[in-house]
Ligand binder design. Structure first.
Ligand SMILES: Cc1cc2nc3c(=O)[nH]c(=O)nc-3n(C[C@H](O)[C@H](O)[C@H](O)COP(=O)(O)O)c2cc1C
Length: 353
């Protein structure tokens, strides 16, 4: 644990230096993220923690979402596909997680800059308008095959996105044969809550399309399906989608994504995000995340909750509201080592009641 303390401090120190460099010279937080990822890969950082997650089993904090078995309620949310980052988070004690949303064809996403570090009430947050860049589903599958992902025993989610129902269907059709053959505990997350593309949230208002997509997927596989909904949606809309989920086997909701804000709303100059707006992530989202969990608890689904989670107390609150597991993004960027602390605290909270 003492060694870990220094690793954590070292990580925070490097982040602070890169953060300053960004503030004074780079003005594009994506460069900072890429630099961190390059260091992680070059120095094989995840391998330092390879045997570390073995401690998870002994903590007795397992959770399930239908047939999926998570050794911890903490999962990484769909926001990254840098495989060494995913390895680090799993090795540090995430019970599983979902890989960043993939579309059918290769996409460059929005022009840069499209990610910035911001302060809300003096606390660090992120705003991004990446716009779902990615290699397209077939190249993505090849990359997954070459990665550590097929060796993992924990649940691994594959998030799908698209411009239209037909594109979501194409992505699912391309992914399903591969993931059901090669991944031990695969699940699919349907991302209908991306605020950074013109059609990223349009399925929210088109429940017939969501239903058609579930039916297409169900013809191919019985694996767990998760519909990832937006905190910007109305409670009524969220309930309509949750009700649809209850009409199928093994379909649930991931309640929470980024909240759409303009650059000027968050104290940036308009051009600091190329499209003038983006999705805010980080601590200020938590109140809405808890609110959504409470609104959706009536449906008795094994919910996933995502948005603004930074500590074990918040996770306990969500679990007490009927949530099965939580997703985390910004906190993993800020301090991935905090997963170890949160798991230990959850062990104490969940086993001494
Ligand atoms: C850089 C970045 C990229 C993201 N990309 C995706 C994505 O591809 N698909 C998705 O469903 N959510 C995406 N998200 C949203 C996160 O999965 C998560 O729902 C959101 O950040 C709120 O959680 P947090 O407050 O713990 O960060 C992204 C978030 C960030 C910060």
């Amino acid at each position: 644990m003492a060694g870990l303390y220094f690793h954590e401090k070292g990580y925070q120190y490097f982040r602070a230096i890169f953060g300053k460099a960004n503030q004074w010279a780079l003005h594009d937080y994506e460069t900072v993220v890429h630099a961190g990822q390059a260091i992680m890969t070059r120095f094989k950082i995840p391998s330092l923690y390879k045997s570390y997650s073995r401690y998870l089993r002994s903590l007795n904090i397992k959770r399930s979402v239908f047939s999926l078995q998570f050794d911890s309620p903490i999962t990484f949310a769909a926001f990254e596909s840098h495989f060494d980052s995913l390895a680090l988070w799993l090795n540090l004690g995430c019970g599983g997680g979902c890989i960043k949303t993939i579309k059918y064809n290769e996409h460059a996403g929005n022009p840069r800059p499209r990610m910035q570090n911001i302060s809300i009430n003096g606390i660090e947050h992120l705003i991004n308008a990446l716009g779902l860049p990615g290699p397209g589903v077939n190249s993505f599958i090849e990359k997954v095959k070459q990665s550590h992902i097929p060796t993992r025993l924990c649940p691994i989610g594959f998030s799908i996105g698209g411009q239209s129902l037909a594109e979501y269907q194409q992505v699912a059709q391309a992914l399903i044969p591969y993931i059901t053959a090669d991944i031990r505990q695969p699940y699919i997350e349907i991302n209908i809550s991306c605020p950074n593309t013109t059609t990223g949230t349009s399925m929210h208002d088109n429940i017939d399309d969501i239903e058609a997509l579930i039916r297409t997927i169900r013809k191919l596989t019985p694996i767990v399906l998760v519909i990832k909904v937006s905190p910007d949606a109305t409670n009524e809309n969220l309930c309509d989608i949750a009700k649809l989920a209850t009409e199928f086997d093994c379909v649930t909701i991931n309640a929470g994504n980024t909240q759409l804000k303009s650059t000027t709303d968050v104290g940036l100059k308009p051009h600091q995000i190329s499209i003038g707006k983006g999705g805010v992530s980080g601590p200020s989202l938590f109140d809405r995340t808890l609110d959504m969990a409470n609104v959706l608890s009536q449906f008795r689904l094994p919910l996933i909750s995502t948005g603004g989670i930074t500590n074990a107390f918040q996770i306990e609150q969500l679990l007490n509201s009927g949530v099965a597991v939580v997703g985390m993004a910004t906190q993993l960027v800020k301090n991935p080592f905090s997963v170890i602390r949160m798991n230990n605290e959850l062990h104490n909270k969940l086993n001494h009641h």
